[in-house]
Ligand binder design. Structure first.
Ligand code: NDP
Ligand code: OXD
Length: 309
């Protein structure tokens, strides 16, 4: 019985060390080192290469090393029906809430525009908006969306949220499903995407959604690049329907050097760092979920295979 770590970012050994520090008795292998395939009972993965799990026929579960599982759900599991588990971590959640707050404040205080003006040595004071005059709409009120809303409210913003089915108990307006989507969008000065990427949410940040926002709205996508129709964003910025966008995630990561987003003066780019799983805070839950899987039980934060998140 052993854990196998497969990542696309050369951090396999950092994670291996964190897991062994939390439980020195574990059997853990990085994908790049020699390992007994038949012994692997859990794979802990972050954007693993297509087909890389196929050889592991004794898997009892696959653990995402992040909150999202889209990169697992889009591949066939080597053992049909095994649980796919994701990370829910207070540190990851708090980091995302801080990121969203930072970008909302930067937008209403015009920081992106002043950065551009500074580059041209241009002194051009513009008005600014107060948080209390700004409504932030959050698509997805799960672990991250709810926390982001709570942080925004604490800092004076007005919030509204949108979910697929649930009616979370929150102190701000919450809209549900396709039928209420345009009503939700109609008053969002800032739209924040914190949805999981599923067949239902792919390309959801599109022409129709942008047109249902108030003119001049600002977009923050901190979920997945697959949510955004890139050409629709460029058109909405061109027409002024959107005043700007902050993007942390992209269809292709790293974002190719020649991509038009890099040089766009109304787009702020961060390299998928809104909130990053920290081995120090996440190792214990990976191990606890592994032990639950070995007992033949379903760990907390197991993904619903039908919903896909
Ligand atoms: P959760 O699963 O906790 O919440 C998902 C929310 O999205 C729920 O409110 C759900 O509705 C809603 N939702 C799902 N599908 C739809 C739909 N079709 N229409 C409307 N609402 C929908 O996810 P988390 O909050 O933990 O994470 C969200 C995503 O953030 C992750 O999947 C990941 O991709 C991304 N992420 C990005 C990071 C970054 O650094 N950029 C870091 C961490 C995560 P309901 O309540 O009805 O189920
Ligand atoms: C995640 C991410 O899903 O970092 O956790 O994007």
């Amino acid at each position: 019985m052993a854990i196998l770590i497969i990542r696309n970012d050369h951090k396999e050994f950092i994670w291996k060390e964190a897991l062994l520090k939390a439980d020195p008795g574990l059997d853990v292998y990085a994908y790049s080192e020699s390992h007994p395939e038949a012994d692997i009972t859990m794979a802990a993965v972050w954007k693993h290469p297509e087909g890389s799990l196929n050889a592991y026929k004794n898997l009892k579960g696959v653990h995402s090393m992040g909150a999202g599982v889209d990169f697992i759900m889009e591949q066939t599991l080597p053992v049909p029906g095994i649980p796919v588990v994701r990370v829910v971590d207070p540190a990851l959640t708090a980091d995302m809430a801080e990121y969203v707050l930072t970008q909302c404040l930067a937008h209403i205080k015009g920081l992106l525009a002043y950065e551009e003006l500074q580059g041209r040595h241009s002194w051009n004071p513009e008005g600014y908006k107060r948080a209390s005059e700004t409504t932030v709409g959050i698509m997805g009120l799960g672990e991250l969306g709810k926390a982001a809303a709570a942080t925004l409210l604490k800092n004076g913003f007005q919030c509204r949220g949108w979910t697929r089915k649930s009616k979370p108990r929150v102190d701000f307006p919450c809209y549900t499903g396709e039928g209420e989507r345009d009503a939700f969008l109609s008053a969002c000065d800032i739209l924040v995407c914190l949805l999981p990427l599923t067949p239902d949410t792919a390309d959801i940040l599109n022409h129709q959604v942008f047109n249902a926002l108030p003119p001049g709205a600002f977009l923050i996508n901190a979920a997945r690049g697959g949510h955004l129709e890139e050409s629709a964003l460029l058109r909405a910025l061109e027409s002024g329907q959107l005043s700007g966008a902050c993007l942390d995630v992209f269809k292709q990561e790293p974002l190719p050097a020649e991509h038009p987003f890099w040089a766009h003066k109304r787009i702020r780019i961060t390299p998928h760092v809104a909130s990053v799983s920290d081995p120090k805070t996440v190792a214990e839950q990976l191990i606890s979920n592994y032990k639950t899987l070995l007992k033949g039980q379903t760990p907390p934060n197991t993904v619903d295979p039908v919903r896909g998140y």
